[in-house]
Structure formats: structure tokens, C-alpha cells
Design a protein around this ligand. Structure first.
Ligand code: HGA
Length: 610
């Protein structure tokens, strides 16, 4: 999603801003821009569609010389991908604005501002912010007052940074529904939508809260809450490490992150298990106070995280003896749902800033949940800060847009949550211990799964010129089939659908022919025989199958079936283990097709707009 960087310093800031944008590139974007106020007190800006590198090249030709500036990577929501729609947007060559989010009442504001004589140069919702602030500043005189008054008129979501030639030493920023963090420097200060952008210049951060407006110059930071009161916000020292060039020996971040899964999961487990069960405080201090009373779990998530939640439903109902619903956040937040007594709301998000999931979490506060828990990879995120309980996945920074290690560590956390709730709901001790042992074996099993890479690379050749594919699974492997299909779609652009294998005969069998490869996830569980019947249904219709099977499941390769043997593992961790070969398949297919693996077209990493 969009990225924001801003800086006010004694030194020139263009280099800092561009490096910040580079570090946010992984989030996905379609255009980028920088604006500075130069020594003649003039606004200078450069914008480009395409990659940050193109913006960098353009600025190398015509250097931007200023000690205060703002920069943006845009993922278009309103208006096409054009230079004119790229941020920063300007008003009367005095105000410049960058914005993440969506202004829902932009049409009405646009008409009102046009009536005041403002001329619009873009189709974006963002441009109304620039003109509105300019309009307010004309009457109020001061930039801070103008921004405060303008944001009161905005409906929707924004993280915005504003610069004004009439106040050339200040950045005024506002946050509502889209994250912003202030980077505290020595004799210089910064702002960004994600601390990763600022790690080369500072490790001291202030996380703005919802409704905050801040007035920042080189030496001072003043913050005001929604009521306009001056407030103090804690300065936090970040321990995040992120090497922007850090693909190591790997060709893509995605491949690196697939290979990192054994270690990522080891980190997820560390210090959180006893010999017999999970420790309550894995979910936060006093977690037991909430977990012990839980009678129902409502999971809310989007995309890959939603698939993790789907697997968790199988685990929670079958082992923790607790009922569980799972819903896509964008649906949940706009429907009136029934809240069971003593319900726990579980949100799942890599970034902890996913707009729809965050909105669902906020909504849940009014709905009478017993408590909320987030499964999240970013400790400083809004979701972690706003949930009663949090389980940090410790996957490390995930840069590839297509989620890999975030997903397997989420699953690991959710299996631990099954223990965390199950132990209060009569889950037999022996069963808890068995899950603990399976979890302890998981990193090694993931190493074995990753070692299938060469075989899968070969298999991938068969998919490169296919347009469609079908993924099948049963039970808790059905969501894994869905995740496999999502990965293939995301990075190779091959149309992929997943079905619970028992559903085949209710429609999708009509699609089967030799042009439609069928990928089957087949661990050795009690649904294996049922799955084998489904495989025969495909074979009888001339389908070509790729079966990812437990070596004890006795599938044999032949003319219509390619079998890839996956290591034998405990059934309870099989969904996590079988994820890896499917990730590798989509990676190698994308590689052969030559798509942009780490930044697939039209997609963004942290989806901070609804
Ligand atoms: N609505 C703005 C910003 C979009 C955004 O935040 N994307 O992540 C635009 O379309 O330019």
C-alpha cells in the first residue's frame, strides 16, 4: 500500500526521502513522488509512474535541493495510475500534501472547493485535502489550525503530511485510520507510515494514535489529540532490524522468506511451550483471565490470514472443544452479527494495520466480546496496541507481497491458541502433550519440506503455459488448497481455484480436461480414502493431477498423475508443512513466467485502505 516519508533537517532531505521510499517499496505501489521546499522558499516536486528507481533517476538529473520535504509511493484507489495523480498534491504552489487512505466525502468537498475557485489537476480524493488546507490557512493564518480544521471536515481514512511555504520549517501531520510514526532525530525529525522507512536515520519512534495531529519542526514535536488537547506520547526505541538490500543469496525476498520458515517457526515457539502445554503469557500478561472463560471464538481476517483462520477453526472445534466462526473482515464489519456469550474476537494480520481487520477489531469493542486477541507480526502495530491480548508471530520482516513465513507462523500461533483455550475446556492432557511434541518437531519438518525445492522447480515447468488450475483438499487441508491457489494467482497470474474435494461433483468436474492441472493436497489422515475417490473422479475425466502426498499414502505416479512425496508428519501440523511445497510451486511457476515475484502487479503488502 501507499507509503509516506517526511523529513525536516539541517541537511538536504531528498536522499533520506528516496531511501525511505525504497524501503517501503515492498508494500506495493504504482507511482511515486517527492516534494521539497527549496532555499528560495519554493515548492519543487518530481513525480513518476512506475518504480522508485525511475523517480530517483529523474531527481539525479534535476536535483531537489531542500532541507524539508515529503515523499510518497501511491497505490491508486481514486484516479488512474498517472503522473498527475501521483502524490504529493499541491495547492496554489504553497501547500503540498501526501496522503494514505480514502476520503469518502471527496466529491462534495471538491464541488465546494471548485466553487471557491480552486482548480483541480488530478482525479484523486487526496487533492481535496491540499486545497481544503490551503483554504483554511487563508482564513486561520496558521498551518496547524488549518490542518486541524480541515481534518474535522474529512470523512474516511487518512494518514497525511502537509508542508507549507508560508511555514517552511514545519511538517504538520494527521492520522485517522492510517498509521503514521514520528522518527525522533537529533536536530532533525521525520515522519513515515512505517518505521522501516526511517531506520537508517533514527531508532526513536513516537507512534501516533487515532485522531492525533502533530506539528513537527527540526527540534520540536507537539502532538494534539482528537479534542485538540496537547498530549505527550511515549518515545519508543525500536529493536526492528531490516536490511533493505537483504535478499542474501536468494534471487527474491519471497524465496528467502520461504527458506526462513523453519527458523521463523522456531522463533515463534521459543519460550512459549512447557513440556505439556502452552504458557498462558504467550498471549500477553494476564491472558488466562480472559482465556479461561472463553466459550466461543470469532476469527476475523483477510486474504492469507483468513486462510490461517480457517485452519484454526478445524483445530479449535476438534481439539479445544470450543465453537468457532471465521469471517472475512470486510464482510464482518458491515453486517450485524450475533455475539455468543463469552466470545473471544481473534484478528489475524501480518502488519497489524490491515484496514478492514482493524475496523472489525474497533467495532468489536461495542459488541460485547469478552476480549480480543490479535495474531500479528508487528509489535508496534495498531492491532497489537488496541487488542486486549496479542500473540506476536516473530516471523521477522516479511518483504515479499505474497505472504509465506507470516502465514506459517500465524498457523503455529493458532495451534498454540488451540492449546491455550483447550486446556480450560477439557482438552485431555495427553492430547495437549501430543500437540506440544508435534509443534516441537515442526521446524525440522519444515526443513524437510523446503528441501523439495528442486523437485518442485522441475514440476513447475508443466504449469508455465497453463491459464487455469484447480486445487483440492479436504478437512483442514482445504484452506491450505485455498492458500495454494491464492499464491499461484498472486504471483504467476494463473487463474487458480480451490475446492473442498467433496464438492468436485457439484460443479467443478465440468472444467476438467488436460488443460486444467489439478493440484491435490493429500496427507495421510482419516480423509485419505475419501480423497482417493475424488482423485479417481478426476482421473476418469482425463484430468492431469499433481498430488502432494505423504509417502505413506501410497499414491503412484503414472500418465495422469505426478506424485510428489512430502515428509511424513503428525497430522496436526500437516497443514503447516504442506503449505511449503505449494508456496514453492507458485514461486517457480512465477519465475518461469518472468513475473515480478516480490511485487506482483496491482497488489500491495499491507492493505491499509478498505
Ligand atoms: N486515495 C489516495 C491514496 C490511496 C492509498 O492510500 N493507497 O494505499 C489515492 O488514490 O491517491
Amino acid at each position: 500500500m501507499c507509503g509516506i516519508v517526511g523529513a525536516t533537517s539541517e541537511r538536504r532531505v531528498a536522499g533520506i526521502l528516496l531511501e525511505g521510499l525504497k524501503r517501503l517499496e515492498y508494500r506495493g505501489y504504482d507511482s511515486a513522488g517527492v516534494a521539497v521546499i527549496d532555499a528560495n522558499n519554493e515548492l519543487k516536486s518530481v513525480r513518476r509512474t512506475g518504480k522508485v528507481q525511475e523517480l530517483k533517476d529523474a531527481i539525479a538529473q534535476n536535483p531537489l535541493d531542500g532541507t524539508i520535504g515529503i515523499a510518497h509511493t501511491r497505490w491508486a484507489t481514486h484516479g488512474g495510475v498517472t503522473e498527475a495523480n501521483a502524490h504529493p498534491h499541491r495547492s496554489e504552489d504553497e501547500i503540498a500534501v501526501v496522503h494514505n487512505g480514502i476520503i469518502e466525502n471527496h466529491e462534495r468537498l471538491r464541488e465546494e472547493l471548485k466553487a471557491e475557485g480552486y482548480v483541480f489537476n488530478s482525479q484523486t480524493d487526496t487533492e481535496v485535502i491540499a486545497h481544503l488546507i490551503h483554504h483554511e490557512r487563508k482564513t486561520k493564518g496558521d498551518l496547524l489550525d488549518a490542518v486541524k480544521s480541515a481534518v474535522r471536515q474529512l470523512e474516511g481514512a487518512y494518514g497525511t503530511v502537509v508542508m507549507d511555504t508560508k511555514h517552511p520549517e514545519r511538517l504538520v501531520v494527521a492520522r485517522s485510520g492510517s498509521p503514521l510514526v514520528i522518527g525522533v532525530g537529533i536536530g532533525e525529525n521525520f515522519v513515515a507510515s512505517d518505521q522501516l522507512a526511517l531506520l537508517p536515520v533514527t531508532r526513536q519512534f513516537i507512534y501516533l494514535e487515532e485522531g492525533d495531529v502533530a506539528d513537527i519542526n527540526r527540534t520540536d514535536i507537539a502532538i494534539y489529540d482528537t479534542e485538540g488537547n496537547s498530549v505527550e506520547r511515549e518515545v519508543v526505541e525500536s529493536d526492528v532490524s531490516y536490511d533493505a538490500g537483504g535478499k542474501g543469496q536468494y534471487r527474491h525476498f519471497m524465496l528467502k522468506e520461504i527458506y526462513e520458515q523453519p527458523i521463523a517457526v522456531r522463533n515463534t515457539l521459543e519460550g512459549r511451550l512447557s513440556e505439556t502445554t502452552v504458557l498462558d503469557n504467550a498471549f500477553g500478561e494476564n491472558a488466562a483471565e480472559i482465556l479461561k472463560d472463553i466459550e466461543h471464538v470469532q476469527i476475523v481476517a483477510c486474504g492469507t490470514s483468513y486462510h490461517a483462520g480457517m485452519v484454526a477453526r478445524y483445530w479449535l472445534e476438534s481439539m479445544a472443544n470450543v465453537s468457532c466462526n471465521i469471517e472475512i473482515a470486510s464482510e464482518f464489519r458491515y453486517r450485524k452479527s450475533y455475539v455468543h456469550p463469552n466470545s473471544l474476537l481473534v484478528t489475524i494480520s501480518q502488519s497489524g494495520e490491515t484496514a478492514d481487520t482493524l475496523a472489525a477489531l474497533r467495532l468489536s469493542k461495542e459488541l460485547g466480546y469478552k476480549g480480543s486477541l490479535t495474531i500479528c507480526n508487528v509489535g508496534s502495530s495498531s492491532m497489537v496496541r488496541e487488542s486486549d491480548l496479542a500473540f506476536l508471530t516473530r516471523a521477522g520482516a516479511e518483504i515479499g507481497v505474497a505472504s509465506t513465513k507470516a502465514f506459517t507462523t500465524q498457523l503455529t500461533g493458532l495451534l498454540m491458541l488451540t492449546l491455550g483455550i483447550g486446556k480450560y475446556r477439557g482438552m485431555p492432557e495427553q492430547q495437549q502433550e501430543a500437540v506440544v511434541h508435534a509443534l516441537q518437531a515442526l521446524p525440522t519438518k519444515l526443513e524437510e519440506a523446503v528441501a523439495l525445492a528442486d523437485e518442485i522447480e522441475e514440476l513447475a515447468q508443466d504449469f508455465a503455459n497453463k491459464d487455469h488450475s484447480l486445487f483440492l483438499g479436504r478437512g483442514n487441508q482445504y484452506p491450505i488448497a485455498m492458500e495454494g491457489a491464492l499464491k499461484l494467482k498472486e504471483i504467476s497470474y494463473i487463474h487458480a481455484e480451490a475446492y473442498a474435494a467433496g464438492e468436485l461433483k457439484h460443479g467443478p468436474l465440468a472444467l476438467i480436461d488436460e488443460e486444467m492441472p489439478v493440484i491435490v493436497v493429500a496427507p495421510n489422515n482419516d480423509l485419505l480414502e475419501k480423497l482417493k475417490s475424488n482423485v479417481e473422479e478426476v482421473r476418469a475425466r482425463g484430468g492431469l493431477m499433481y498430488v502432494f502426498a505423504d509417502k505413506n499414502a501410497h499414491f503412484k505416479s503414472d500418465d495422469t498423475m505426478n506424485v510428489l512425496n512430502v515428509c511424513h508428519c503428525d497430522e496436526v501440523i500437516a497443514p503447516i508443512v504442506y503449505t511449503v511445497p505449494l508456496q514453492l510451486l507458485s514461486y517457480y511457476v512465477a519465475l518461469i513466467k518472468g513475473t515480478d515475484v516480490d511485487q506482483p502487479r496491482n497488489l500491495a503488502k499491507s492493505v491499509t485502505v478498505e
